[in-house]
Design a protein around this ligand. Sequence first.
Ligand code: GDP
Ligand code: MG
Length: 291
Amino acid sequence: MHKSGFVNILGNPNVGKSTLMNSMVGEKLSITSPKVQTTRHRIMGILNGDDFQIVYSDTPGIIKPNYKLHESMMKFVTSALTDADIILYITDVEEKVNPEEEILKKIKARGIPVIIVINKVDLSSQESLNILTTTWKEWFPGSDVIPVSAKYGFNLDQLLKSILNLLPEGPPYFPKDQITDRMERFFASEIIREKIFLNYRQEIPYSVEVEIESFTDEKNLSRIRAVIHVARESQKGIIIGHQGKMLKKIGTEARKEMEDFFGRKVYLELYVKVTENWRDNPAILKRFGYK
Ligand code: GDP
Ligand code: MG
């Protein structure tokens, strides 16, 4: 018997959704950072076994839209709510949860299996974890409530067991050697965006989008030209930094990670361009891969 299905990861910003998917798949497919709204797309990560295929989807955290960009991000959340075989609802030990939240009602209304994952247990005492677990069990009677640490790999085997238990019978959706639905270009742009999230403060990470202008493979080498779009003229100088130091720093960090990820040498060129208010421009958002 072979099992397969879509296991969609939902939750509020910053609870560790992307970290969890990466840990479950064993590859860093989804970028992570201490900042909210790091993830902007729906990204699939596939875990293949001899007799199962789990197709995880990482999604943006649930937010109230301020820009058209955010509306598009929330469409990814809605799609993940619609086509899931199993929903992993991620919360963490620090989040103040209200059982009346819209998303929790929507999840319940879907009537499909839900696993509640309480992440970051490394930051909690056993006592407060017990209370939290009991609370969630009351809110989702019949669902597994599983405390984990996505970052430190605690209890992930238990989570996998719970998923496999609920996974429907069926043939694989993707070839068994495939681990994601995304192309190398996407990962190149995400790796650059992650370095921006990790290196700049305030509004800068939220004002940036990365576009791969060209990606060509030569023998043992990829040549990548990427444009960093900013929303306002004043942000350009901040990205570049004094004597170009900041841009050079993120370029170096991104190149190194790409070389690890792609397993070959990378030659990376970065440009900065002002694309006024791209976050509210439907045509440009479409070009950037948002719907
Ligand atoms: P997302 O917005 O839900 O996708 O969250 P991320 O995966 O980007 O993680 C947000 C932050 O929480 C990052 O700084 C992670 O390193 C951190 N984080 C994720 N999982 C854990 C965990 O198990 N323990 C701790 N202490 N931090 C974690
Ligand atoms: Mg994320």
